[in-house]
Write a protein that binds this ligand. Structure first.
Ligand code: UDP
Length: 302
Protein backbone atom coordinates (compact mmCIF):
# COMPACT_ATOMS: atom_id res chain seq x y z
CA UNK A 1 0.00 0.00 0.00
CA UNK A 2 2.87 2.35 0.86
CA UNK A 3 4.47 1.62 -2.52
CA UNK A 4 1.24 2.42 -4.37
CA UNK A 5 0.65 5.66 -2.45
CA UNK A 6 4.22 6.78 -3.17
CA UNK A 7 3.81 5.86 -6.83
CA UNK A 8 0.72 8.09 -6.96
CA UNK A 9 2.89 10.99 -5.69
CA UNK A 10 1.77 11.06 -2.05
CA UNK A 11 3.92 11.52 1.04
CA UNK A 12 3.48 8.60 3.44
CA UNK A 13 4.06 8.09 7.16
CA UNK A 14 3.91 4.43 8.20
CA UNK A 15 3.01 3.50 11.79
CA UNK A 16 3.53 -0.08 12.95
CA UNK A 17 4.45 -1.75 16.23
CA UNK A 18 5.98 -4.64 14.23
CA UNK A 19 4.04 -7.24 16.26
CA UNK A 20 3.73 -9.34 13.11
CA UNK A 21 5.43 -7.12 10.52
CA UNK A 22 9.04 -6.73 9.49
CA UNK A 23 11.22 -3.74 8.65
CA UNK A 24 12.74 -5.81 5.82
CA UNK A 25 9.55 -5.09 3.89
CA UNK A 26 10.32 -1.36 4.03
CA UNK A 27 14.06 -1.54 3.37
CA UNK A 28 13.61 -0.43 -0.26
CA UNK A 29 12.00 2.82 0.99
CA UNK A 30 14.93 3.82 3.24
CA UNK A 31 16.21 6.39 0.76
CA UNK A 32 12.78 7.79 -0.15
CA UNK A 33 12.31 11.40 0.96
CA UNK A 34 8.52 10.92 0.71
CA UNK A 35 8.35 8.08 3.22
CA UNK A 36 8.86 8.04 6.98
CA UNK A 37 8.44 5.14 9.40
CA UNK A 38 7.46 5.55 13.04
CA UNK A 39 7.46 2.50 15.29
CA UNK A 40 4.28 2.99 17.28
CA UNK A 41 1.45 0.89 18.65
CA UNK A 42 -1.79 2.54 17.52
CA UNK A 43 -3.52 1.16 20.63
CA UNK A 44 -1.49 3.75 22.55
CA UNK A 45 -2.35 7.48 22.47
CA UNK A 46 -0.86 9.45 19.61
CA UNK A 47 -0.07 12.46 21.81
CA UNK A 48 2.49 14.63 20.11
CA UNK A 49 2.42 12.68 16.84
CA UNK A 50 2.99 15.06 13.97
CA UNK A 51 2.59 13.60 10.48
CA UNK A 52 4.59 16.58 9.19
CA UNK A 53 1.66 18.64 7.94
CA UNK A 54 -2.05 18.16 7.37
CA UNK A 55 -2.87 14.53 6.62
CA UNK A 56 -5.25 13.91 3.70
CA UNK A 57 -5.99 10.30 4.56
CA UNK A 58 -5.63 7.85 7.43
CA UNK A 59 -5.56 4.19 6.43
CA UNK A 60 -6.08 1.96 9.44
CA UNK A 61 -4.69 -1.39 8.34
CA UNK A 62 -3.12 -2.44 11.64
CA UNK A 63 -3.98 -5.89 13.01
CA UNK A 64 -2.65 -9.36 13.36
CA UNK A 65 -4.34 -11.08 10.43
CA UNK A 66 -3.35 -14.74 10.51
CA UNK A 67 -5.27 -17.13 12.81
CA UNK A 68 -1.94 -18.22 14.32
CA UNK A 69 -1.02 -14.62 15.19
CA UNK A 70 -4.36 -13.49 16.52
CA UNK A 71 -4.72 -16.64 18.61
CA UNK A 72 -1.32 -15.81 20.13
CA UNK A 73 -2.32 -12.15 20.71
CA UNK A 74 -6.09 -12.13 21.29
CA UNK A 75 -6.18 -9.08 23.57
CA UNK A 76 -3.96 -6.92 21.32
CA UNK A 77 -6.15 -8.02 18.39
CA UNK A 78 -9.33 -6.93 20.17
CA UNK A 79 -7.68 -3.67 21.16
CA UNK A 80 -6.46 -2.75 17.70
CA UNK A 81 -9.99 -3.03 16.33
CA UNK A 82 -11.49 -1.04 19.20
CA UNK A 83 -9.02 1.36 20.88
CA UNK A 84 -6.75 1.45 17.81
CA UNK A 85 -9.65 2.20 15.49
CA UNK A 86 -10.87 5.00 17.73
CA UNK A 87 -7.36 6.51 17.92
CA UNK A 88 -7.05 6.44 14.12
CA UNK A 89 -10.54 7.88 13.64
CA UNK A 90 -9.65 10.72 16.02
CA UNK A 91 -6.49 11.35 13.99
CA UNK A 92 -8.57 11.52 10.80
CA UNK A 93 -11.09 13.79 12.48
CA UNK A 94 -8.39 16.16 13.79
CA UNK A 95 -6.98 16.51 10.27
CA UNK A 96 -10.34 16.51 8.43
CA UNK A 97 -8.82 13.57 6.58
CA UNK A 98 -10.38 10.64 4.80
CA UNK A 99 -10.40 7.40 6.80
CA UNK A 100 -10.25 3.86 5.47
CA UNK A 101 -10.41 0.70 7.56
CA UNK A 102 -9.40 -2.74 6.34
CA UNK A 103 -12.05 -5.05 7.69
CA UNK A 104 -12.42 -8.69 6.78
CA UNK A 105 -14.48 -11.49 5.28
CA UNK A 106 -14.35 -12.94 8.83
CA UNK A 107 -17.26 -10.58 9.55
CA UNK A 108 -19.33 -13.23 7.73
CA UNK A 109 -17.99 -15.97 10.06
CA UNK A 110 -18.84 -19.47 8.81
CA UNK A 111 -21.21 -18.10 6.19
CA UNK A 112 -24.69 -19.46 5.52
CA UNK A 113 -24.97 -17.30 2.40
CA UNK A 114 -22.69 -18.14 -0.52
CA UNK A 115 -21.03 -16.29 -2.18
CA UNK A 116 -20.86 -13.61 0.49
CA UNK A 117 -22.56 -10.33 -0.32
CA UNK A 118 -22.09 -7.16 1.76
CA UNK A 119 -25.71 -7.14 2.94
CA UNK A 120 -25.26 -10.54 4.66
CA UNK A 121 -24.86 -10.01 8.45
CA UNK A 122 -22.82 -13.12 9.04
CA UNK A 123 -22.69 -16.23 11.21
CA UNK A 124 -20.02 -15.48 13.83
CA UNK A 125 -19.33 -17.37 17.05
CA UNK A 126 -18.85 -14.48 19.53
CA UNK A 127 -16.97 -16.59 22.11
CA UNK A 128 -14.96 -19.00 19.93
CA UNK A 129 -11.18 -18.84 19.42
CA UNK A 130 -11.54 -16.70 16.27
CA UNK A 131 -13.90 -14.24 17.98
CA UNK A 132 -11.03 -11.96 19.03
CA UNK A 133 -10.48 -11.17 15.35
CA UNK A 134 -14.03 -11.38 14.02
CA UNK A 135 -15.63 -9.27 16.74
CA UNK A 136 -12.75 -6.80 16.76
CA UNK A 137 -13.30 -6.10 13.08
CA UNK A 138 -17.09 -6.00 13.46
CA UNK A 139 -16.67 -3.48 16.29
CA UNK A 140 -14.23 -1.51 14.11
CA UNK A 141 -16.84 -1.29 11.35
CA UNK A 142 -19.49 -0.13 13.84
CA UNK A 143 -17.13 2.51 15.31
CA UNK A 144 -16.27 3.71 11.81
CA UNK A 145 -19.94 4.15 10.91
CA UNK A 146 -20.53 5.94 14.24
CA UNK A 147 -17.74 8.44 13.48
CA UNK A 148 -19.18 8.99 10.04
CA UNK A 149 -22.70 9.52 11.36
CA UNK A 150 -21.72 11.58 14.41
CA UNK A 151 -18.69 13.52 13.18
CA UNK A 152 -19.15 13.37 9.37
CA UNK A 153 -15.73 11.74 8.90
CA UNK A 154 -15.38 10.58 5.25
CA UNK A 155 -15.02 6.89 5.95
CA UNK A 156 -14.57 3.76 3.81
CA UNK A 157 -14.77 0.12 4.90
CA UNK A 158 -13.04 -2.64 2.90
CA UNK A 159 -13.88 -6.28 3.65
CA UNK A 160 -10.76 -8.09 2.56
CA UNK A 161 -10.91 -11.76 1.56
CA UNK A 162 -7.88 -14.10 1.56
CA UNK A 163 -4.95 -12.23 0.04
CA UNK A 164 -1.44 -13.45 -0.75
CA UNK A 165 1.81 -12.33 -2.32
CA UNK A 166 5.46 -11.52 -1.65
CA UNK A 167 6.44 -10.03 1.74
CA UNK A 168 4.29 -12.37 3.81
CA UNK A 169 6.19 -13.91 6.73
CA UNK A 170 7.34 -17.50 6.22
CA UNK A 171 6.08 -18.53 9.67
CA UNK A 172 2.84 -16.58 9.44
CA UNK A 173 0.78 -19.77 9.63
CA UNK A 174 -1.66 -18.89 6.87
CA UNK A 175 -2.17 -21.38 4.12
CA UNK A 176 -0.10 -19.68 1.37
CA UNK A 177 3.15 -19.23 3.37
CA UNK A 178 2.64 -22.61 5.07
CA UNK A 179 2.17 -24.55 1.81
CA UNK A 180 4.92 -22.60 0.01
CA UNK A 181 7.41 -23.22 2.82
CA UNK A 182 6.55 -26.93 2.98
CA UNK A 183 6.58 -27.42 -0.81
CA UNK A 184 9.93 -25.62 -1.23
CA UNK A 185 11.54 -27.72 1.52
CA UNK A 186 10.05 -30.97 0.16
CA UNK A 187 8.07 -31.49 3.37
CA UNK A 188 4.46 -32.73 3.45
CA UNK A 189 1.80 -30.03 3.03
CA UNK A 190 -0.41 -29.90 6.14
CA UNK A 191 -4.02 -29.93 4.94
CA UNK A 192 -6.40 -29.24 7.83
CA UNK A 193 -9.51 -31.43 7.93
CA UNK A 194 -10.38 -33.25 4.71
CA UNK A 195 -9.37 -30.19 2.65
CA UNK A 196 -12.87 -29.74 1.21
CA UNK A 197 -13.24 -26.27 2.76
CA UNK A 198 -12.94 -23.55 0.15
CA UNK A 199 -11.16 -20.21 -0.10
CA UNK A 200 -10.67 -17.65 -2.90
CA UNK A 201 -7.23 -16.07 -3.20
CA UNK A 202 -6.53 -12.51 -4.33
CA UNK A 203 -3.08 -11.30 -5.37
CA UNK A 204 -1.76 -8.37 -3.32
CA UNK A 205 -1.44 -5.84 -6.20
CA UNK A 206 -5.12 -6.38 -7.10
CA UNK A 207 -6.12 -5.86 -3.49
CA UNK A 208 -4.05 -2.68 -3.18
CA UNK A 209 -5.66 -1.30 -6.33
CA UNK A 210 -9.11 -1.98 -4.85
CA UNK A 211 -8.15 -0.24 -1.61
CA UNK A 212 -6.80 2.78 -3.46
CA UNK A 213 -9.99 3.13 -5.50
CA UNK A 214 -12.12 2.68 -2.40
CA UNK A 215 -10.16 5.37 -0.55
CA UNK A 216 -11.04 7.86 -3.30
CA UNK A 217 -14.70 6.84 -3.43
CA UNK A 218 -17.69 8.23 -1.57
CA UNK A 219 -18.95 4.74 -0.63
CA UNK A 220 -19.53 4.62 3.15
CA UNK A 221 -20.84 1.08 3.50
CA UNK A 222 -18.58 -2.01 3.37
CA UNK A 223 -17.21 -3.18 0.02
CA UNK A 224 -15.91 -6.73 -0.52
CA UNK A 225 -12.42 -6.87 -2.03
CA UNK A 226 -11.21 -10.30 -3.07
CA UNK A 227 -10.92 -12.72 -5.93
CA UNK A 228 -14.07 -14.73 -6.67
CA UNK A 229 -12.06 -17.71 -8.03
CA UNK A 230 -12.93 -20.35 -5.41
CA UNK A 231 -11.14 -23.65 -4.80
CA UNK A 232 -10.86 -26.34 -2.16
CA UNK A 233 -7.80 -26.30 0.08
CA UNK A 234 -6.90 -29.80 -1.13
CA UNK A 235 -6.90 -28.60 -4.77
CA UNK A 236 -4.88 -25.60 -3.67
CA UNK A 237 -2.24 -27.89 -2.10
CA UNK A 238 -1.96 -29.90 -5.34
CA UNK A 239 -1.66 -26.65 -7.29
CA UNK A 240 1.25 -25.43 -5.17
CA UNK A 241 3.07 -28.77 -5.33
CA UNK A 242 2.84 -28.71 -9.15
CA UNK A 243 3.79 -25.05 -9.46
CA UNK A 244 6.91 -25.41 -7.32
CA UNK A 245 7.91 -28.75 -8.97
CA UNK A 246 7.95 -30.17 -5.47
CA UNK A 247 8.18 -33.82 -4.43
CA UNK A 248 6.04 -33.08 -1.35
CA UNK A 249 3.01 -35.13 -0.40
CA UNK A 250 -0.04 -34.10 1.61
CA UNK A 251 -0.77 -34.94 5.27
CA UNK A 252 -4.04 -34.38 7.07
CA UNK A 253 -4.14 -32.46 10.35
CA UNK A 254 -7.03 -31.54 12.63
CA UNK A 255 -9.37 -28.84 11.36
CA UNK A 256 -9.14 -25.77 13.63
CA UNK A 257 -12.29 -24.89 15.58
CA UNK A 258 -14.77 -22.67 13.68
CA UNK A 259 -12.73 -22.85 10.45
CA UNK A 260 -15.17 -21.45 7.86
CA UNK A 261 -16.42 -24.18 5.46
CA UNK A 262 -16.56 -21.94 2.41
CA UNK A 263 -15.61 -18.45 1.37
CA UNK A 264 -16.00 -16.55 -1.88
CA UNK A 265 -16.66 -12.84 -2.30
CA UNK A 266 -19.52 -11.49 -4.33
CA UNK A 267 -17.71 -8.52 -5.90
CA UNK A 268 -20.65 -7.04 -7.85
CA UNK A 269 -20.57 -3.96 -5.63
CA UNK A 270 -16.82 -3.35 -6.13
CA UNK A 271 -17.33 -3.73 -9.91
CA UNK A 272 -20.24 -1.29 -9.89
CA UNK A 273 -18.97 1.32 -7.42
CA UNK A 274 -15.20 1.20 -7.97
CA UNK A 275 -14.93 -0.22 -11.50
CA UNK A 276 -12.63 -2.79 -9.89
CA UNK A 277 -12.00 -6.47 -10.33
CA UNK A 278 -8.88 -8.63 -9.91
CA UNK A 279 -6.71 -9.00 -13.01
CA UNK A 280 -3.81 -11.20 -11.84
CA UNK A 281 -4.47 -14.92 -12.53
CA UNK A 282 -3.75 -17.34 -9.66
CA UNK A 283 -0.98 -19.06 -11.63
CA UNK A 284 0.89 -15.79 -12.20
CA UNK A 285 0.40 -14.51 -8.63
CA UNK A 286 1.61 -17.78 -7.15
CA UNK A 287 4.68 -17.73 -9.39
CA UNK A 288 5.73 -14.28 -8.06
CA UNK A 289 5.00 -15.48 -4.53
CA UNK A 290 6.98 -18.71 -4.98
CA UNK A 291 9.98 -16.67 -6.28
CA UNK A 292 9.86 -14.58 -3.11
CA UNK A 293 9.54 -17.56 -0.77
CA UNK A 294 12.28 -19.46 -2.63
CA UNK A 295 14.68 -16.60 -1.80
CA UNK A 296 13.50 -16.60 1.84
CA UNK A 297 13.92 -20.36 2.24
CA UNK A 298 17.39 -20.29 0.59
CA UNK A 299 18.47 -17.45 2.91
CA UNK A 300 17.34 -19.48 5.91
CA UNK A 301 19.09 -22.62 4.72
CA UNK A 302 22.33 -20.77 3.88
N1 UDP B 1 -5.03 -24.41 6.19
C1 UDP B 1 -4.52 -25.69 5.96
N2 UDP B 1 -3.20 -25.91 6.29
C2 UDP B 1 -2.37 -24.95 6.79
C3 UDP B 1 -2.90 -23.65 7.01
C4 UDP B 1 -4.25 -23.42 6.71
O1 UDP B 1 -5.23 -26.58 5.49
O2 UDP B 1 -1.19 -25.25 7.05
C5 UDP B 1 -6.45 -24.16 5.85
C6 UDP B 1 -7.27 -23.57 7.00
O3 UDP B 1 -7.81 -24.59 7.79
C7 UDP B 1 -8.35 -22.80 6.23
C8 UDP B 1 -7.64 -22.36 4.94
O4 UDP B 1 -6.49 -23.20 4.82
O5 UDP B 1 -9.42 -23.64 5.89
C9 UDP B 1 -7.19 -20.91 4.96
O6 UDP B 1 -6.50 -20.69 6.18
P1 UDP B 1 -5.74 -19.35 6.52
O7 UDP B 1 -5.19 -19.51 7.89
O8 UDP B 1 -4.80 -18.99 5.43
O9 UDP B 1 -6.85 -18.21 6.51
P2 UDP B 1 -8.39 -18.15 6.95
O10 UDP B 1 -9.13 -18.11 5.67
O11 UDP B 1 -8.76 -19.37 7.74
O12 UDP B 1 -8.46 -16.92 7.75
Amino acid sequence: MCDRLLLEGHTVVGLDNLLTGSLDNLAHLNSSSSFRFVQHDVNQPLDGFDPGGAADAVLHMASAASPKDYLAHPIETLEVGSVGTRNMLELARAHSARFLITSTSECYGDPLVHPQVETYWGNVNPVGPRSCYDESKRFAEAMTMAYHRTHSVRTNIARIFNTYGPRMQLNDGRVVPAFMDQALRGEPLTVFGDGSQTRSFCYVSDLVDGLYRLMLSEERYPVNLGNPHEMTILDFATHIIRLTNSSSTVVREALPEDDPRQRRPDISKARRVLGWEPVVPLEEGLKHTADFFRRKVSAQEA
